[in-house]
Write a protein that binds this ligand. Structure first.
Ligand code: B3K
Ligand code: ZN
Length: 873
């Protein structure tokens, strides 16, 4: 496999204006007839006169140019596509191919999910459907006719509007769809099957009626209401916040059970992993409800950021993904709690993106090269990409940023563009020079800030010195300084914000947060008018994706935890306290757990005025996986022991308060999906977790009672998880009962698998291996594979990294088994082994040997090859 480089980008030699597709659908053998109107691209340089079309796994039966069937001498077919030897400047190309959706286990192109047929074309799946210029800068208008058996496939969907229907002889029928908007091939979709529909409507700001349809398999008809509510909320929000209105007369979402990713934003016809559509209070947790709301919103927002304005090439992926993640994050913040949303996003960023940025797969938000584009749907492109948009929004301020996005939508509607075009709009609307800022797209690695404060009592001045430095990443040994927005506050002894008044300014600014801008390797900022030493609140709201090393004391952090007006930083101060203590305990089991730390936890726990969801975040210890990223050499067992030790200590010391909080937040009555109710459940279940992990008898009784009585999946799963962690006959009985109760509910069974895979019991791996043989396990369903295999290897750190290497061996067996079946999924499973250099030398040897076992295999997919070869490089 060869790398593809951004610097080699060339505009397409030919453009395709119109596409007419005709599918005779059948799982065994589907016939696809394509008629393409091609013309030479005036903006491209002339090549060798041959026209190459992408195509993979296609059986070509006939090809014609302007109605003349070609002889085999006039074209060539190989594993990558179809080459036409001589073509006119403008012509119609017709191809006839056969494909086999029933055998398509990679779930890219046209494939079978249960009894449905559906497509996944991003990034390069369309070439598995027909010969095409399968690249995002070729945008065409599509007409699609679907023909299938009327009984097996009563519903036939594609992009746009239905324009014709017909009953055909021999029990078949057909529907023709027309999509008026030019689109790249990756946004093409079709779905066929026996589906039920939930229908609703939306009137846009300008008064147009849009029909909303969510298609599900008939037995799931009672699980679509939340998705529909979320869709309408997202549509309204995008009008209000970004001035974006929906453009077609129908918006369709289809839930399918076999899907490699979360969902796909195909024009007018989103295809979703059913996990992000289906929910009923008794089958889905609060986290599932939240996930549905944000993924529905995310895919909807793509209609403008991705579909109307798309990417010129796949190096620009963050143009649509980073911006759309930013938009969905803002949506969730606006409809719920901004601080809580920020905390969760930063947790994800620190737990996944920071390690990626520090490891062998580190790459810039706009990568320079790739072997397999499927490997670049990463947390860097998505989540760091969103941070990069967020920083531009912060530098511009809300009004200017809105003008800048308006300009972007106006200037580039209907085009395939680059991240550079996006930044130019930011500059155009603001008049700012973002030359240096562009490094965020070009340089990989997480910048480190070292910040020191110094108070001069006689001058009433406080000086912050800030240095930035970014570690080397593969292929980028030297880093230039970044343009970093650093939001700070200064707190007085009473806990209130002081003016952040820079020396030299004539008058103090308004109280509260101030945005400083770092551009040099070193800065000194002096603040005046301070009659006391302030406590600095640094990087408020996590204003940039950086690691901060400061000189605050634990007392300062407890003070911030109690008083900071920035909710995010209250949490962050608490996290740092937890983290420092956990790392100290990892190194020394006898390290004292300070009384004032316990007191600070108690104060937080009993702070009834605060948002409960925020309190639950403040009192949640950082995960073992996150903490491991904070150690130079990861001490897997030490971290696990320290985590248990501190959890147990808090559970014992705060026992009575935890019980009180549990009872105060227990609710009876119907499930409500509101930030308030979710916060109560989170805090209650956190209290229960501390009590259970401290071995509290009353906690155990409450846990059993909760499992029995709960009428919502959030409380059921919280209790089941804690019991499964304890193990023993009672846990097994509870797990059995759960399995019986939910037989046939696939998404709930995923939870049953994952709760066992994540329990850090000594026999976890044996159990996971036994579950591989369970009749409900299937390597063909990505959700099931993730529930069992990914959960074990990513969440159950202490068992996956067992010193004998059995966890590694298990994972690589799964990867090798899956690679021929579903390479995209196989490559993702490998991720936990990529960090092998972070572990002790014994584990390094074991992990490396397993990676080499993969590399030694002949016939690896490009997906897996790229990950393993880079991991070992
Ligand atoms: N754009 C899709 C991801 C497609 C992944 C292709 N391997 C989902 C999303 O980000 O909205
Ligand atoms: Zn997306």
């Amino acid at each position: 496999p060869h790398p593809i480089h951004l610097k080699d980008y060339r505009p397409p030699e030919f453009l395709i204006d119109r596409v007419e597709l005709r599918f005779e659908l059948d799982p065994e053998c589907t016939r696809v007839e394509a008629r393409l109107a091609l013309r030479r691209n005036p903006a491209a340089t002339r090549g060798d006169g041959h026209l190459r079309l992408h195509g993979e796994h296609l059986k070509l039966t006939q090809v014609a140019i302007d109605g003349h069937v070609l002889t085999p001498a006039e074209y060539r077919v190989d594993g990558e596509g179809l080459t036409l030897h001589r073509v006119p400047d403008r012509f119609t190309l017709e191809t006839w191919v056969e494909i086999h959706p029933g055998l398509n286990t990679a779930l890219e192109g046209l494939y079978q999910s249960g009894d449905l047929l559906c497509t996944q074309c991003e990034a390069e799946g369309f070439r598995r459907i027909t010969y095409f210029l399968d690249r995002p800068d070729v945008m065409a208008r599509y007409t699609t006719t679907l023909i299938a058996d009327r009984t097996r496939f009563p519903v036939l969907l594609s992009n746009g509007n239905p324009v014709a229907r017909a009953e055909l002889p021999d029990g078949r029928h057909s529907v023709t769809w027309e999509d008026p908007f030019p689109k790249p091939s990756y946004l093409f979709a079709l779905v066929a099957g026996d589906l039920s529909v939930i229908e609703d409507g939306f009137v846009t700001a300008s008064g147009r009626n849009v029909k909303l349809q969510i298609f599900v398999e008939p037995h799931n008809l009672d699980k679509g209401a939340h998705a529909m509510r979320s869709l309408k909320k997202a549509m309204r929000w995008d009008e209000e916040r970004f001035g974006r209105e929906y453009d077609l007369d129908i918006y369709m979402i289809v839930a399918v059970s076999h899907f490699n990713m979360g969902a796909m934003e195909n024009k007018g016809l989103n295809v979703f992993n059913d996990k992000f559509v289906l929910a009923r209070p008794d089958t889905a947790t609060d986290a599932d409800f939240d996930g549905i709301e944000s993924v529905i919103a995310h895919e909807y927002f793509h209609n403008w950021t991705g579909n109307r304005i798309t990417c010129r090439d796949w190096f620009q992926l963050s143009l649509k993904e980073g911006f759309t993640v930013y938009r969905d994050q803002e949506f969730t913040s606006d409809v719920g709690s901004r601080a809580v949303k920020r905390i969760r996003d930063v947790r994800t960023l620190r737990a996944h993106q920071f390690p990626e940025d520090a490891g062998p797969l580190a790459h810039p938000v706009r990568p320079d090269s790739y072997i397999e584009i499927n490997n670049f749907y990463t947390t860097t492109v998505y989540d760091k990409g969103a941070e990069v948009v967020r920083m531009q929004a912060a530098l511009l301020g809300p009004e200017t940023f809105r003008r800048a996005t308006d300009l972007y939508f106006e200037r580039h509607d209907g085009q395939a563009v680059t991240t550079e075009d996006f930044v130019r709009c930011m500059e155009g609307a603001s008049g700012r020079d973002l030359t240096q800022f562009r490094r965020w797209y070009e340089q990989a690695g997480t910048p480190e800030l070292h910040i020191r404060g110094e108070y001069d009592a006689t001058a009433g001045a406080y000086t912050l010195s800030v240095c930035q430095q970014t570690p080397a990443t593969p292929g980028q040994p030297i880093k230039q300084p970044f343009h970093i927005p650093l939001a700070i506050g200064l707190l007085g002894a009473d806990g209130r914000d002081l003016p952040v008044w820079l020396a030299g300014e004539s008058a103090p600014p308004a109280l509260g947060t101030r945005l400083l801008e770092l551009t040099e390797p070193e800065h000194r900022f002096t603040f005046t008018g301070l009659s006391e030493r302030p406590v600095p609140s640094l990087l408020r709201g996590f204003s940039a994706p950086v690691r901060v090393h400061d000189d605050l004391s634990d007392a300062d952090r407890m003070f911030l935890m109690a008083h900071d007006s920035d909710g995010f930083n209250r949490w962050d101060a608490a996290q740092t306290l937890h983290e420092r203590l956990l790392l100290a305990l990892t190194n020394d089991v006898a390290h004292p757990i300070p009384e004032d730390y316990i007191a600070a936890c108690r104060r937080a726990l009993c702070d009834m005025s605060a948002d409960r969801a925020l309190l639950a975040e403040v009192l949640s210890l950082p995960s073992e996986t996150y903490l491991s990223d904070r150690m130079t050499v990861i001490d897997v067992d030490g971290l696990h022991r320290a985590h248990r030790q501190l959890t147990q200590h808090i559970g014992e010391r705060l026992r009575d308060d935890l019980l009180a909080v549990y009872h105060a937040n227990a609710e009876t009555g119907d499930y409500v999906f509101s930030p308030e109710a979710i916060g109560r459940r989170a805090l209650k279940n956190l209290a229960l977790a501390y009590l259970m992990r401290a071995g509290d008898e009353e906690g155990l009784a409450l846990c059993h009672a909760q499992l029995e009585a709960a009428h919502n999946m959030t409380d059921v799963m919280a209790a089941l998880r804690l019991l499964a962690e304890q193990g023993g006959a009672e846990a097994d009985a509870a797990l059995d009962a759960f399995h019986r109760r939910w037989a046939g509910e696939s998404l709930v069974l995923d939870k049953w698998f994952s709760v066992q895979a994540s329990a850090p019991r000594p026999d976890a791996l044996e159990r996971v291996m036994a579950l591989l043989k369970h009749p409900d396990y299937s390597a063909r369903n990505p959700n099931r594979v993730r529930a069992l295999v990914s959960t074990f290897s990513n969440v159950n750190q202490v068992r996956f990294h067992a010193a004998d290497g059995a966890g590694y061996h298990f994972l690589v067996d799964r990867v090798l088994e899956l690679d021929p079946v579903n390479p995209l999924l196989a490559a993702r499973l490998l991720k936990p082994l990529v960090r092998w250099r972070r572990f002790d030398s014994e584990r390094q040897t074991l992990m490396r040997a397993e990676l080499e076992r993969v590399l030694g295999r002949s016939e690896l997919s490009s997906d897996v090859f790229e990950v393993v070869s880079k991991a070992l490089a």
